[in-house]
Design a protein around this ligand. Structure first.
Ligand code: F0G
Length: 426
């Protein structure tokens, strides 16, 4: 097993040790990235990953730590804070494929993680590292899912947790989870971008470890979404992987996972990434249209609150992910997101609004001829249906005129004739 890793600055290239704690490069302030020295062959790795599928105890039950050679090779079993997480299903539904116009469309459902979103995959690694380096407390800014995940893993790791969330912009399921798991929750008068700036300042001055996705250990854990889906496809790379994009941590993680999997020979060709933003929060999609000539900030607005972000932090590394995979970035309207979500929900799969952006994006790219009908596509559903009950109540019960796929409840008196009447039976 390979053991040595360093943290390398993505801007100036300088390195610090794996166990040093820094929220950015001490020399230039750039973002740090983990660099592992791999010593295993693709065959050895595939065999090890396969054998761990039946683990019944220990960290290798986790769909993150099963890929530990690529995630954090030096972590001992005893130091790992794992729920466990991962092991999420890859599912296909004919109604969703038909709606998107892509027959071979699969959905990787990250809502099946313990706190209901993909964030748990990054959090198990970041919390493990926080414990290994003697953190006294942990913090994050969040649109809701990261805070729920941080709160749960901090509870398990027995560390105090501090979260910064934008007032009035966090879905009910996420806020209540965060409170229930016991994090000190600061509701900030400002948007997510203001929360992240504050969390960065506060963690620096209070010496609290920041576990947002600028933390390179989060990225290592989130790579396992891609590794696990490739494993589920027997390492036969799909043509496309589509994902919703906000702060761009996940886009960066997907790019790094694909780069490493390809370099190691786990896959023999690169899938193309399709990063999908909400139209009202789409600085990265706008910049893509200008060949990334400039870094764009916007004042974000979308009902997909998880990705309501105007100044994404992982900008440069996400550009690298798009370029190295010959990827694309696009945006979809809230109406398109809501329609895709209604289709995914009615297929029995279900997801939160931001997650449906991936499938809405696939449908749009298919209509534009970028994705071909015969392409094999995996769309990542990043969060669970129940994360945002408010969006469901609004869509199904309140919106006027009634959206085409709304399923209104019908109130009746307690007699069979009324049931018959509602069903239109004689
Ligand atoms: N989907 C969901 C459900 C999310 O919660 C997020 C991000 C994303 C997609 C986008 O991922 O930021 O890595 O590009 N949520 C963060 C949070 C910002 O605080 O929970 P990204």
């Amino acid at each position: 097993m390979s053991a040595s890793s360093v943290q390398r600055c993505e801007s100036c290239g300088s390195t610090i040790g794996e166990l040093e704690t820094a929220s950015a490069c001490p020399k230039c302030g750039g973002l740090l990235e983990l660099e592992h020295s791999f010593s295993d062959t693709a065959e050895t790795l595939r065999a090890a990953f396969w054998a761990r599928r039946i683990a019944s105890q220990g960290p290798e039950r986790s769909g993150v730590w099963r890929y530990r050679e690529l995630v954090l090779p030096s972590a001992d079993d005893d130091s790992i804070v794992s729920h466990p997480e991962g092991n999420t299903p890859l599912v296909g539904r004919p109604s969703v494929s038909a709606w998107a116009g892509v027959e071979q469309l699969l959905m990787k459902h990250e809502g099946h993680n313990p706190t209901g979103s993909f964030k748990d995959r990054g959090m198990t690694v970041a919390m493990t590292q926080a414990k290994r380096t003697g953190a006294r407390a942990v913090a994050c800014a969040s649109t809701g899912n990261t805070s729920a995940s941080l709160a749960a893993y901090a509870a398990q790791g027995e560390l105090p947790a501090l979260v910064f969330v934008p007032v009035g912009q966090v879905a009910l399921g996420k806020l209540t989870q965060t409170l229930a798991y016991g994090a000190k929750t600061l509701v900030v008068r400002g948007n997510f971008d203001a929360c992240l700036a504050l969390a960065r300042d506060a963690s620096r001055s209070l010496e609290i470890q920041l576990l947002n996705s600028i933390n390179p250990f989060r990225i290592e854990g989130q790579k396992s979404i891609v590794l696990e889906l490739l494993d589920q496809l027997d390492w036969s790379a799909p043509d496309w992987i589509a994902l919703p994009a906000g702060n761009l941590g996940n886009t960066s993680a997907f790019g790094k996972a694909l780069r490493e999997a390809h370099a190691l020979g786990l896959i023999d060709r690169m899938p193309r990434l399709a990063a999908i933003q909400a139209a009202g929060a789409s600085p990265f999609a706008q910049s893509f249209r200008e060949h990334f000539a400039r870094r764009i900030h916007v004042d974000p607005d979308t009902m997909a609150t998880a990705i309501r972000i105007g100044a994404p932090a992982s900008w440069d590394r996400a550009i690298r992910a798009i370029r190295e995979t010959n990827g694309v970035v696009t945006s979809v309207t809230d109406a398109e997101i809501l329609e895709a979500k209604a289709v995914i929900d009615a297929s029995g799969v279900g997801c939160e609004p931001a997650s449906a952006a991936s499938v809405a994006g696939v449908a749009q790219l298919r209509r534009d001829g970028v994705i071909r009908p015969s392409d094999r596509v995996v769309a990542v559903l990043t969060g669970h249906l129940l994360k945002d009950p408010g969006a469901l109540v609004k869509y199904h019960q309140e919106t006027e005129p009634q959206p085409p796929r709304a399923n209104r409840p019908v109130e009746i008196n307690a007699n069979v004739d009324e049931v018959r009447r509602v069903l239109g039976e004689p």
